[in-house]
Structures are given as C-alpha cells and as structure tokens.
Design a protein around this ligand. Structure first.
Ligand SMILES: [Fe+2]
Ligand SMILES: [Fe+2]
Length: 486
C-alpha cells in the first residue's frame, strides 16, 4: 500500500502545508491532554487548549475536506499525511500514539463541528482508558460513553494492522527519530504501568531495543545525535532511552556481539525501572534532598530488581537487567549504593551503564540542577574525578566514542566564531576535530548556515582552517541545542 502525501502547497521552509496543519492538530491534541491532566476543567489553560484543538481540527477539515486521525503501527496520519517526526514534535507524536494505543483506538474522524464538551469527554477517556477491559472492548466503551453524552461529532475506528504499511522513503535521520520515539513510547508504557502496579511484558521493550541496536550498527551518529534531546517533564523516560543508546554504542566500541548488545540495551533501558516505585513528588522535587529523602531515592536500585521480578517474562528472566539495576550506582570502589557487604566484582554491563548514566544525567537540565554541565566538562570530570567511581577503561572508550567535544557541545573556534558540535569525526585519530555547524561568523553575527564543517579541513598552506579553543555554555548565548539537530 502506498501512502501518498496530500501536498497542497509549501511555505518558504519547504515544509508542505498539509504537514504543517497536521502537525498543529497533533500538537493541539497533545497540549489539550496535558492541560486537562494538570488543571481543573474550568481553568483558563484548559479552555484555551480545547479551543485551540477545535480550531486546529477545523483547519485540517478546511484544507482537506475531512479531519481524520489514524494510528497505523508506529505512525500517525492526519488524513493522508503521515506525520514526519521532528525534534520539536516527537514528544507530541509519541504521546498521542501512546494514548490511542492504550485506548484501543485505531483512529477518530471528526465528522461534524465540535463543541468543547465533546473534546473534554474524548480526552477524559484517552487519559484514563478502562485498562482492565480487553483492548478490543475499549473502543465500544468509548463509543457508548460518547453516545450517552449526546455527542455525535466523532466516529471511532479499531486499530489497523501495520504490516502492509510500506517502509518507504524514510531517510536515515527519520528512521533514527522513529527508533527514538518508539523506544520512548515503550519506556513510558513500561514505567507507567509499573507505577500503577500493572506489569507490562517485555516483548515490546525488546523490539525497541532491537531497533536501537540496528540503528547503532548502521547509522550510530544519527541516533547518538538525538540523545541531546532534553524534555523536562519526560525526564525519566528520555534519560532511560538516552542511557540505552549510549550504552549500546559503547558496548559496540568495546567489542560486544550483537546478542550481547541487545542484552545490554535492555538492561540500560530498564536501569532506573525502580524509580517507578518512588513517589512522584520526591522524584520531581526541586532543590536538594534531605538524608531521609535521599535514602528513599537510593532504594530505586533494589526496587528495580523487585520490579523486574514482578514482570511476566515467561522463561527468560532479564537477569542481566536485574544485576545492572542493582549495581549501577555502586561505583568501582564500592563507595556508592547499595552497600556491598561482601566482596564482589561489578559486571561489565554495570560499568558501561554507570558511565552512560553519569554522562546523560550530568549534561541534562533537570529538577535538581538548573544549569547543566557542558558535555566536555562532564567528560573531563568522568576521566579525572576518581570519586565518581567509574571504570577508567570504559570512560576511555566513551571519550573515544563521543570525541573530546561530544555532540551538542558549543565551542569557540580560533576565528572566534561560535559553532555547535553535530557529530564526532569519523576519523578516530581526530577526536579533537569534530564536525560542527557554524552559529555565528567571526564577528559574532548569527548565521543561518546549514553547512557542516569538518574541523580536519586544511587551507591551501596545509594549516587547519579552524581549531576549537574552548567550550561555552549554550544557555549563556540563548542557544537551544536541539535546534541544530532537526
Ligand atoms: Fe539510577
Ligand atoms: Fe539513571
């Protein structure tokens, strides 16, 4: 089956009009659901969100003659337009996909002008679908609920099998984003169900990790580039996916086989699963924690083992994941937690995950850290600060993997231009000469330059054209890192 795009025109950025209206509709749905989750219905943010959603649906209908939202496998369609994932909409797309899946819905048609109450009823259902009933019955329950409320503007559809959807024209970057979104979605599902005391199986998680391993083997740079994504209120999920990607890439460097990489990726994705047993207000607490709170947070290691034990995994228990969930904060000198009462050797996987974990956590802005460290500073700390208790061999491999200036680092060149590191140099001997995108010219004027410069390039006299002289804090310059990876 082919999937023609209903292109009705393009704007100057080259993005088809249909893509933009589709994207606005999905973003409005995502926004309205979040507003309903956070505030009471009568709150102005909710009312605004719902009004915006109604308008966005109307604009889609106006452009295409209908407004139809469909989920086919891991893709979202608005009418005939498959939503392209970009860095600023991946969270919305993953969220909406997850909502439809949980509700047992393949899609919804908006067949008549909507009123706010109709959207509220639909969103209320999407937010807390009757998870106790089998998936096939949820759609029926939704239809009943909507009919009871006298709402006639929606028609609902059951899920469609994705097997006949052709994997066409996906470029490497978009495939990487797809892999990322799928992993994020699965992690959210597995951790949210663990929090609710329901145990999702590991089948989908394994499939997602398979995607990560395949992407690392074919196009590591695209996927590693995505780990610079920072989504504040999705921190635990984004962090888990990032740690999994970085661990698999590191495992590959260290010569692991593909089955080992799969095992490692799974363990890394689930390393913080025990956090699903920590109260959310503690997990999201701003400011520093007192001793008691820290002690509770630290239980996420052994609670992770218990969570994994409770999962219905058939005969193949994820033993490695249990070990790494337990060990990833122990440190090689055992000054971390949980305390080791007997002599033991940390598994290689735990050492790998500890390095990826430390790097991702330290480079992310999050609850207890308003300004993240620059990736280059973090690397230096990991290498030189023995108290972090990281395995020096693994750290060395990690620096080899990311370069001295990891992706997402803002650097100042010897011309005094600012540049963003977008990829490690493919030449392993050129660790200090990454590929960069210029952000300003030599005078500090902002550029719209999409060209990627290889810092190993020389001028006619054989001198390097540009050399990094130091790193800078992107926030100081008001630079949003992920803008450079879209
Ligand atoms: Fe942890
Ligand atoms: Fe972690």
């Amino acid at each position: 089956m082919s999937t023609p795009l209903a292109i009705t025109g393009s704007d100057q950025s080259g993005e088809p009009q249909a893509q933009r209206t589709a994207r606005a509709f999905v973003a409005a749905l995502h926004g309205a659901v979040r507003a309903v989750r956070l505030y009471p219905i009568e709150n102005s943010a909710v009312l605004r969100g719902i009004a915006e959603l109604g308008n966005a649906a109307e604009r889609v209908a106006l452009a295409d003659g209908q407004c139809r939202l469909r989920r086919i496998g891991d893709y979202l369609f608005v009418n005939e337009t498959r939503l392209r994932l970009t860095l600023d909409n991946y969270a919305a797309v993953a969220h909406v996909l997850g909502l439809l899946r949980e509700a047992g819905l393949g899609g919804v048609d908006v067949v008549a002008p909507t009123i706010a109450r109709a959207w509220v009823v639909l969103i209320a259902f999407l937010q807390s679908p009757p998870l106790d009933s089998p998936e096939e019955e949820r759609l029926e329950q939704l239809s009943e609920r909507v009919a009871l409320a006298g709402i006639t503007c929606f028609e609902f559809y059951p899920p469609v099998d994705a097997s006949d959807l052709e994997e066409t024209e996906l470029d490497a970057k978009e495939r990487a984003r797809q892999t990322y979104v799928r992993s994020l979605d699965v992690t959210r599902e597995v951790m949210t169900s663990a929090r609710l005391g329901r145990n999702a199986g590991l089948k989908r998680v394994k499939r997602a990790v398979q995607g990560i391993v395949d992407a690392i083997l074919t196009d590591a740079a695209s996927l590693i580039g995505l780990t610079t994504l920072r989504e504040f209120d999705e921190y635990t999920f984004v962090h888990s996916v990032n740690v999994s990607i970085l661990s698999v890439a590191l495992g590959r460097r260290l010569g692991l086989t593909k089955p080992q990489m799969l095992d490692l990726g799974l363990a890394a994705l689930l390393h913080d699963i025990g956090k699903s047993r920590i109260p959310l207000d503690l997990l999201n607490k701003r400011g520093s924690l007192d001793d008691g709170e820290r002690a509770i947070l630290q239980t996420h290691t052994w609670q992770g083992v218990l969570t994994l034990f409770a999962m219905p995994t058939g005969s193949a228990r994820p033993w490695r994941a249990m070990t790494t969930a337990y060990e990833h904060h122990m440190r090689i000198d055992f000054t971390g937690y949980p305390k080791a009462y007997r002599s033991r050797r940390l598994s290689l996987y735990s050492n790998i995950i500890a390095v990826a974990d430390g790097f991702d956590a330290a480079t992310t802005t999050r609850v207890y850290q308003d300004v993240p460290w620059s990736p280059a500073d973090v690397l230096r700390g990991m290498r030189d600060n023995k108290r972090l208790g990281l395995d020096p061999v693994v750290v060395k491999a990690f620096i080899n993997l990311t370069g001295i200036y990891p992706v997402g680092t803002l650097v100042v060149l010897d011309s005094f231009a600012l540049a963003m590191v977008v990829a490690v140099n493919p030449d392993p001997t050129a660790m200090s000469r990454p590929l960069v995108r210029m952000i300003t010219d030599d005078q500090g004027n902002r550029l719209q330059d999409l060209h990627v410069y290889d810092l190993t390039a020389c001028d006619p006299s054989g001198q390097f054209e540009y050399t990094v002289i130091r790193t800078e804090d992107p926030q100081r310059y008001g630079i949003n890192i992920s803008d450079y990876f879209a």
